[in-house]
Structure formats: C-alpha cells, structure tokens
Write a protein that binds this ligand. Sequence first.
Ligand code: PLP
Length: 439
Amino acid sequence: MSCSTDLGFDREHIWHPYTSMRDPLPVYPVRRASGVHIELEDGRRLIDGMSSWWSVIHGYNHPVLNEAVERQLGAMSHVMFGGLTHEPAVRLAARLVEMTPEPLQKVFFSDSGSVSVEVAIKMALQYQHAAGRPERHRLLTVRSGYHGDTFAAMSVCDPVTGMHSLFSGTLPRQIFAEAPRCGFGEDCGEDCIEDFRRKIESHSHEIAAVIIEPVVQGAGGMRFYSPGYLSRVRELCDRHGVLLILDEIATGFGRTGRMFALEHAGVTPDIMCVGKALTGGYMTLAATLATSRVAEVISGGEPGVFMHGPTFMANPLACSVALASIGLLEAADWRKKVGDIERWLGEGLEPCRRLPAVADVRVLGAIGVVELDRPVDMATAQKLFVDRGVWVRPFGRLVYVMPPYIIAREEAEALTAAVCAVVEDATGDPGPGKVSESS
Ligand SMILES: *Cc1c(COP(=O)(O)O)cnc(C)c1O
C-alpha cells in the first residue's frame, strides 16, 4: 500500500515535539485509528500503548464521542465566551464541580494543559495580591515534576529535564524541594518530607502556592509516590498560609485507579488542573478549578476580576465531547477495567525485571513503567516496537505504557510482551547504534 503523506515535506518543514529540524527522528504516517488500534498508511495496525499521551481513554473513533461532536457541530462549533455562554459549558462545569472535592466550586476553561497551569499560577498570585501579601509571588514544588511547556509552567518543571539553564534569564526562579522518596505503597516518614518542610518553613513569607502532581509524577520521571506525602504537603500548606495547586492533567479520569489521584490521599487542593483525558482525547480542552474562597478573595481585590480569557475558552465542541467522555466513563465500570489493566500490566511486565539493563518495574492503575539503567535510543526502540505491532514511545531511561481503558487482555499481553522483548533487544549487548549514551 502506498504512502500518501509527503514525508519529505514533513521532514523539511514541520516541527514535531522536542525534535531537531536538522536531524529529525523518523515519523510514521497514520491513516486512521479505531478502538485500541492505530493504522499506519502502509497497512500495519499497531496496538496503542500510549493513549496519545494519556488522553484517548476510550480508544479512537468511538461512536458515542463521534456522535457528540456531530450533534454539537450541527448547532455551533464555536462562539466567544466573553458575554456569551452555552449549555455544553454549563453542563460540563456542573459535572466537574460534582466529580471533584466539594470545596472546588469555580471553573475556568482553557485550551490546553499548560494554559490551565498558567491560569492556576495566576490565580494563586492574584489571590495573594488581593489578600494583601504581594510579596508572596513564588512557587514551591518538587523535583522530577512536569507541568507543561509555557513559561510559568516550565518554571516549575524539573530544572534538569526541563532545561532551565537554557532560559535562565527569563524563567521565574521557583523553589524546589527534593522529589518524594517514599514509594506508593510506603508510609511517608519524617525523613521523606523533611526537605519539603524545611523549604516551606524558610520561604513561607515569599511563597504563593505549592504546585505538585498528585501521587504520580508523569513526564518528569514516571515516579509513583506515597499518598502520605501529599497529606503532609496539604498540612504544611495550611500551616503556612500557602495555597495548594494539584495538577491532575495526566492522572485525572481514572488513570491511577481513582477518578482523581488526589483521592488516594483524600486531600483537597485550593486549585486543581485537568486536561488530557478530559475530552477522551478528541480535542484540546483543559480546566482550572478553584475553591469559593480563592475566587472570593481574587474578586474582592484589585482589579476585582481574574485576568485571563483565551479566544477558544470553553469551545462548545470540546465541552460536548468532554461531557460524552465523562458519561462513557460512568456508564462503563472503569474501576474494574483499570484494575484489570493494572493486573495485566503487572503480570506482563514482571519478566522484564530480570533483564540486566532493568533498574525497576512499577505499575499503578493503567500505567506500567520499566525503568532502565541507561537511556534507550528512541528511533531504534520505536522501530522495534512498530515491527512488533505496538505503539510505545520511550524517553530517556523510561519505557512506559498507559493504554486506552478498552484494551483487551490479549492486546495488553501483546503490549507487555513487546515491551519486554524490545527492552531486551535494545539494551542487550550494546552493539553500535543500539544504545546511545546521550539522553
Ligand atoms: C501534559 C501535561 C501538562 C501540559 O498539558 P498540555 O496540554 O500538553 O499543555 C501539564 N501537566 C501535566 C502533569 C501533564 O502531564
């Protein structure tokens, strides 16, 4: 079968995520995607292990989601949100308020996860300003985090993997505590929280908010940490008058086995971000939720309004498909499905543990991670995966999967078998070109 995508033009003119324009990595043209499969233009069908970066939780081309988009398209695809409102936005906001912890009552829609983080940070700064504490304008976070690629979001990403040195003249300088050391099943002892506690104590006069990914640190290292750590963070924020922002963009909508990862700890944030799986991966939409208190204080200060308003705020198509996606989650028994996937990934990835290059294997909910002791060459590994009929995109020392919740047992087994085989092939006896020393 022929390839209709002009790969030469792509290579010459189009930037892909985190790539060089001089020496871009190969890309695979996709013709269509349906269910758990991504179909390449050459006819190969790949089992999707990535959910297109955590977002496609119900699989591709879902009839219910398609129908929601088509129905909304017939009414309107977009109207501005300044001075106007519409049923999809109101219904979606009501659902989000209902699903999230009770104090979160106010919803700000935006167009991507990074923007929802910018909005959250801006809310925290406006809150402190309005509360008469303008000197509280910095953020405290932990290392190995990831919160997006725009500037304020980037300033709270891990300083090393986030390449802070490149942008040091422009990037706001935030405060970093060491990454949580206590693992998911462990208690959080005093030694684990100590660095965070020292940082919040010594800087509390200048900290507006703490921002952290609850329980799972995603793109910054795929680390799972103790819910007890999150509870301690909440206590310390309260003690020092610091707001808590939880970034649920990767973890929201069931991925960790709870609807939101904060439920593992029973913690309520002051501000919370959702995105990625919000629309079932159909289009870009994010939301920042805040407590009534945060909204009240902001609205009572100068200038009395919250200073943000994206052009495509609350896009009706995106809101409609988000409502349908949440409806699908609730109609299916997602807890059982994610629990099944957790078991399949655990069983399927366990054999990787004895491979010499494997440093750790961990699974939580529908997330499976194989951590290596050396970086894998992405282009080589990617080709090996495609040859085995699966779509997995490793980065650095991490090979990980987070499949759509609709994945069947045999497909999950094929996925994990491919991970074990590729890890073995790509790290066994490092022949030239197989393992790169750089990340
Ligand atoms: C992906 C991600 C973001 C950024 O979302 P975009 O939609 O890519 O801008 C922020 N925080 C976390 C935890 C993420 O995983």
